[in-house]
Design a protein around this ligand. Structure first.
Ligand code: AMP
Length: 224
């Protein structure tokens, strides 16, 4: 799929996911003079126009952003560190930590479960998560034996119904864990969203991309 821009200029395609990443990217786009003309929460469109006829936005699942950018279906995108670690980052240039959509990846268990004791005793833990690569590395580095159970969402449910002893999930306010009587027992890492750029696009569309990347970088630094 190729989009042609105005006056033969290459079209720039940005991949974003709905929700927090989309909302937090809007001010960065504004800083680059780009306003998205449709709201993905109310529109069912998956390709959104902007005030710049040379820039369009694809709305994709958060975990699919690196794939669209890797294969060049999008020139650049915004994805969480959690998602990028699972993807592996192949074919992607990651120039900027945008410091948006900040949260942490943590281990959580049922309120009554003594995680530290289970780890000390060398118990084999069943861990449910969407982030199997990150979880595998984390527990391997601690020398904890785990059976990983891959889920695609609602990880919080797994310990409640006995599917797992623990979960690895992203936590922001902790409200979701509390609402499900789960306790955060270990932070694995801080998470924020990164700009990712297709490596070929960076070379072939550098003139169009560079000012946008610079505006994103300046605006994200101001976020502190
Ligand atoms: P909270 O209740 O504020 O701790 O939010 C936790 C829930 O929101 C988790 O189930 C996550 O799936 C989701 N979440 C929160 N922050 C993020 C983020 N920055 N990126 C992706 N998912 C998030």
């Amino acid at each position: 799929m190729t989009f042609n821009g105005v006056n033969g200029e290459p079209q720039l395609i940005l991949a974003l996911s709905k929700g927090r990443i989309f909302e937090d990217t809007l001010p960065l786009l504004s800083a680059a003079g780009i306003e998205v003309l449709e709201n993905p929460e109310t529109s069912r469109k998956l390709i959104l126009s902007t005030n710049d006829p040379g820039v369009r936005v694809l709305i994709v699942r958060a975990s699919d952003v690196p794939t669209y950018v890797q294969h060049g279906a999008a020139d650049f995108g915004v994805a969480g560190k959690d998602v990028l670690l699972e993807h592996g980052g192949e074919g992607l240039y990651q120039p900027i930590d945008l410091r948006i959509a900040q949260c942490r990846m943590s281990v959580a268990v049922n309120a009554g479960f003594d995680y530290d004791k289970a780890v000390r005793q060398g118990a084999r833990l069943r861990v449910a998560t969407k982030f199997v690569n990150t979880a595998r590395e984390h527990f391997a580095s601690k020398g904890v034996h785990v059976d990983l159970i891959k889920l695609y969402g609602s990880m919080e449910l797994a310990p409640l119904v006995g599917l797992s002893d623990a979960i690895v999930d992203v936590v922001s306010t902790g409200g979701t864990l509390r609402a499900n009587n789960l306790v955060e027992v270990e932070k694995i890492m801080d998470i924020s969203s990164r700009l990712v750029v297709n490596q070929a696009a960076l070379k072939l569309k550098r003139e169009r991309l560079q000012p946008i990347l610079e505006a994103f970088e300046r605006a994200s630094q101001q976020q502190g």
